[in-house]
Design a protein around this ligand. Structure first.
Ligand code: GLU
Length: 513
């Protein structure tokens, strides 16, 4: 066992990082930080056919945005580098050769056409072909060919692969920290390719060699890798590295909101939420996949959302900062079953985190929108409005629609509200509003007394109708904060001018009906 905690996040740069992958990185990070351990970023790019330019940078940018930091890795270096598998290429051959020499692996020369025709042959018998202990005896490999023939082919530079030789009738047990012992029979497992004649290892060989040589203590990764774990355990044994084999924890899948099946990009598109941390422009198709960041999610909210998808602190507490998560995280509290993504809950988290932002920070987010609408407002005024209104928003993009009337007079009035509120005689009431604003001290209590208590209540008028018409005149709709607070914020002159405009625009027309 490795006594020092060293964990790695080991993505393949095949496209944007799915939020399931982000959650894997987060759990590794929490575990590392909690244990004073080391967090490593290793790029697993052995499959060159799936390599996508820009994906590595995307992964780094996304994790940096979320505050998931690395102690060693492709972007920060470290004593166990290089941290990109293509840069470690020359290391792997010796390990493949060790397995061949010790009888744990064999050369296979079968051409793609030969494998294809085998597959067809099996299909015709309603069976599925697998290169394994039942079929390898009838294939072209170093188990079936004479040694000199094998050598001749190697010398002639014939393409080959090195396959792991699973022993027959062996129960292989993987101890998983979340699931306990998981046992699989070797008879069901195929002889996976470990190495190719072009000198490239496959994921399985590179992953094990790297985890060993980087002294990784715990492998925390998605459940989709559980079927590979018996091979990985067998490789540790074959190399003689069993005593320092990492401990495994396979995380439950992130499921569709309905609960059946893995959360996909299509679910995100269908239900209107991102499944990627940042926007991603596919370099081949140009297609845009939207990200949490660009949709206005705050990184702290995304971390909180993901932390609770498959793990719980054992209490009802839902709002958890990174520091709290680091303290509370435990592998024992990771669930075995998949975690359903809940869009409404995700929005709730973002709303909660918006409230935690300072009014200044919200104002900062609002500035570009104000600018886009040609508004130049004083900084302190914007801060004040944001402080008053942030409780009403989930995403920063909603700021303009929610707050625009603090910055400009309405250019139209909601017809339904006119119909419902602006009853005959309203012009007179609004003129009275102007008169009061012009005569009483411009203070909340004074206006309240003069308008609401003395004029409306004192004359037994309809409070709802007058105040909502007043609101309609100032806002254009019947939404917004407390009316007098709004008046105090936009100021006397602006209020009076808006009410006058409403009288002129809708007043008489309605009054004569
Ligand atoms: N490269 C693998 C992936 O993309 C890593 C699996 C592992 O963590 O072992 O998920």
């Amino acid at each position: 066992m490795n006594d020092k905690v060293r964990v790695r996040f080991a993505p393949s740069p095949t496209g944007p990082l799915h939020i399931g992958g982000v959650r894997t990185a987060l759990y590794n990070y929490l575990f590392a930080r909690q244990n004073g351990g080391t967090m490593i970023l290793r790029i697993e790019d052995t499959d060159q056919t799936r390599f996508v330019p820009g994906a590595e940078q995307y992964i780094i940018e996304a994790l940096t945005w979320l505050g998931i930091e690395f102690d060693e890795g492709v972007h920060v270096g470290g004593p166990y580098g290089p941290y990109r598998q293509s840069d470690r290429k020359s290391m792997y051959r010796q390990y493949a050769e060790q397995l061949l020499r010790d009888g744990y692996a064999y050369y296979a020369f079968d051409r793609p056409e030969a494998l294809e025709s085998k597959r067809k042959e099996y299909e015709a018998q309603k069976k599925t072909f697998q290169y394994d202990c039942t079929s390898r005896g009838s294939m072209e490999n170093s188990l079936t060919l004479p040694a000199d023939e094998v050598q001749r082919r190697l010398d002639a530079g014939e393409p080959y692969v090195v396959r792991f030789k699973f022993p027959e009738n062996l129960d292989i047990t993987v101890h998983d920290l979340i699931r306990g012992d998981v046992t699989m029979s070797s008879n069901l497992l195929d002889d996976k390719v470990l190495f190719k004649s072009d000198g490239m290892p496959t994921y399985h060989l590179a992953n094990i060699v790297d985890d060993h040589t980087m002294a990784v203590s715990h492998v925390i990764r998605g459940e989709e890798w559980l079927p590979s774990a018996p091979l990985h355990v067998m490789l540790y044994k074959a190399f003689g590295w069993e005593s320092t084999m990492p401990q495994f924890a396979h995380l439950p899948l992130l499921l569709k909101p309905e609960g059946n099946g893995k959360l996909s990009k299509r679910d995100g598109d269908r239900l209107g939420f991102p499944v990627f941390p940042l926007d991603w422009h596919d370099p081949k198709t140009g297609e845009l996949s939207s990200g949490y960041r660009e949709q206005g999610y705050l990184p702290e909210a995304v971390v909180n959302i993901l932390a609770l998808l498959g793990w719980n602190p054992g209490t009802e507490q839902e709002i958890l900062s990174m520091d709290e998560l680091i303290k509370l995280f435990s592998i024992e509290h990771i669930s075995k079953s998949g975690a359903k993504f809940n869009v409404e809950k995700a929005k709730w988290f973002n709303h909660e985190y918006m409230q935690k932002l300072s009014d200044e920070a919200v104002a900062e987010m609002f500035q570009p929108q104000l600018k886009a609408h040609g508004i130049e407002a004083e900084h302190d005024y914007v801060v004040k409005v944001c402080g008053m209104m942030k409780e009403r928003i989930t995403f920063p993009s909603e700021l303009w629609d929610t707050c625009c009337y603090f910055f400009k007079a309405p250019d139209s009035y909601d017809p339904a509200a006119i119909k419902k509120r602006w009853k005959p005689g309203m012009t007179t009431h609004m003129a009275k509003v102007i008169e009061i604003l012009n005569t009483v001290p411009f203070e909340y209590d004074a206006i309240h007394k003069a308008l609401l208590d003395d004029y409306i209540v004192g004359n037994q008028l309809n409070m709802g109708q007058i105040m909502n018409s007043f609101r309609l005149a100032v806002v254009g709709k019947t939404v917004g904060p407390d009316m007098l607070t709004l008046v105090m914020t936009i100021g006397r002159d602006e209020t009076i001018s808006r009410v006058q405009r409403a009288i002129d625009t809708i007043g008489e027309m309605k009054d004569v009906q």
